[in-house]
Design a protein around this ligand. Structure first.
Ligand code: GLU
Length: 424
């Protein structure tokens, strides 16, 4: 299969990275080579080029994708990313990671991802709506509550999900809330969904802190990214008594070894990039310097390909909890494992989002909604039991946490494929 260009991501291709991670575990699992071959490719890839009328009257052609990697365990599930670098290989990698993510936390889904190559920050609200409604129309041939269920990702939010739900419902002639998750509450969204990924990261951090004897109270935390995931993680770390010593957005990173005033940053800086230095009492540092700060917990919650062979030897965190998808390259993984860093991989660490998406879908299908407490309790049960399974596998197989998570995730998908058999 031809792979797409790699500019804008420090040269690394996320799909190649995903294939490399799969190859490592295929060998360890003694995976049937035919199944390995099958899993290398997405089952379906839809590319769409579509026109959007801009506010100035001009028409711009955008390119988008919806990739369904595997559907052996259930309908495919995964977010939609609006980003200038959301090209086909990035979406393929993200779709594959969704397959393993849903399998490792044992929710009955396969994996998918969508993307539109655009910079949502440069679009007006009306342009964003027209782009979303047209993209939703283009991919409506393969999405649906029984087939493939999108959700938010980088550059998209509950409002974008509302437009997708509305567009899909208009075509059907009736309301179909379960076609997307991460919707606003009044139209079938779930309590707790917005904060679920960040909440899940801190549930896992808390489990790590018990296991590794690093008290969360007073722990030094560095969080890269102050979007939905990074900012919620900052909130829950702060509530747990940890000291958030550095945070960043796409423009700046700020550092204060005594701890930043998280409530003030949450009040003023969420969704307002570039404003961190205005409200944080601390030094402005670069994103690269931030990843190398001495700390107890490092949470990369921005984009992929951040901890690489170039900087891994300088990472001083005791624990890394991956909020983003694909922040660490396989070479960096090897360096970190050797250095004894405890890394909780993306497909486990940030699964809180898709777990509560699953709860949202279930609530929509049964038209019966749960309280936030109920959602959070169920989230904790599913996530922590998956975490404990991965820890056990890491111990018994004597492998790092990513490999252990892959052994469970890929193993479950392979089982489903074998059990179903090859059609026809
Ligand atoms: N985009 C999120 C992820 O990468 C959520 C996906 C979902 O809820 O379907 O896990």
């Amino acid at each position: 299969m031809t792979t797409t260009h790699t500019e804008g991501r420090n040269g690394a291709n996320p799909y190649q990275m995903a294939l490399e991670q799969l190859a490592i575990v295929a060998e360890l699992l003694n995976l049937d080579p035919n199944i390995h071959e099958f899993l290398k490719y997405p089952e379906r890839e839809l590319t769409v080029h579509f026109p959007v009328q801009m506010d100035d009257g001009s028409v711009h052609i955008f390119t988008g994708y919806r990739v369904q990697h595997n559907r052996a365990r259930g309908p495919s599930k995964g977010g939609i990313r609006y980003h200038p670098h959301a090209d086909l290989d990035e979406v393929r990698a993200l779709a594959m990671w969704m397959t393993w993510k849903c399998a490792v936390v044992n929710i009955p889904y396969g994996g998918a991802k969508g993307g539109v190559m655009c910079d949502p920050k440069k679009l007006s609200l009306k342009e964003l709506e027209r782009l979303t409604r047209r993209y939703a129309t283009e991919i409506s041939v393969i999405i649906g509550p029984e087939s493939d269920i999108p959700a938010p990702d980088v550059g998209t939010d509950p409002q974008v999900m509302a437009w997708i739900m509305d567009t899909f419902s208009m075509h059907r002639g009736y309301t179909v809330p379960a076609v997307v998750t991460g919707k606003p509450i009044p139209i079938g969204g779930s309590e707790g969904r917005i904060e679920a990924t960040g909440r899940g990261l801190v549930m896992i951090a808390s489990r790590c802190s018990q296991m590794l004897n690093i008290p969360l109270q007073g722990a030094r935390v560095v969080i890269q990214g102050f979007g939905n995931v990074g900012s919620s993680a900052a909130k829950f770390f702060h509530e747990a008594g940890a000291k958030v010593i550095a945070v960043s957005d796409a423009v700046n990173a700020v550092y204060n070894p005594k701890g930043l005033d998280v409530p003030v940053l949450l009040k003023h800086c969420v969704r307002r990039e570039g404003t961190l230095p205005q409200y944080a009492e601390g030094d402005i540092i670069t994103n690269e310097e931030m990843l190398e700060l001495p700390c107890d917990f490092l949470v990369p919650a921005a984009l992929g390909n951040q901890i690489t062979s170039h900087n891994a030897t300088r990472v001083k965190a005791k624990v890394i909890i991956e909020g983003a998808n694909g922040p660490t390259t396989p070479e960096a993984d090897r360096v970190l494992t050797e250095a004894g860093v405890f890394l909780v991989p993306d497909i486990l660490a940030n699964a809180g989002g898709v777990i509560v998406s699953y709860f949202e879908w279930v609530q929509d299908l049964q038209s019966f909604f749960w309280s936030e407490d109920e959602v959070n309790q169920k989230l904790e049960r599913v996530l922590i039991s998956a975490f404990d399974d991965v820890v056990r596998t890491a111990k018994t197989r004597k492998v790092d946490m990513r490999t252990a998570a892959y052994i469970i995730g890929v193993g479950r998908v392979a089982d489903a494929i074998i059990t179903r058999g090859i059609y026809p």
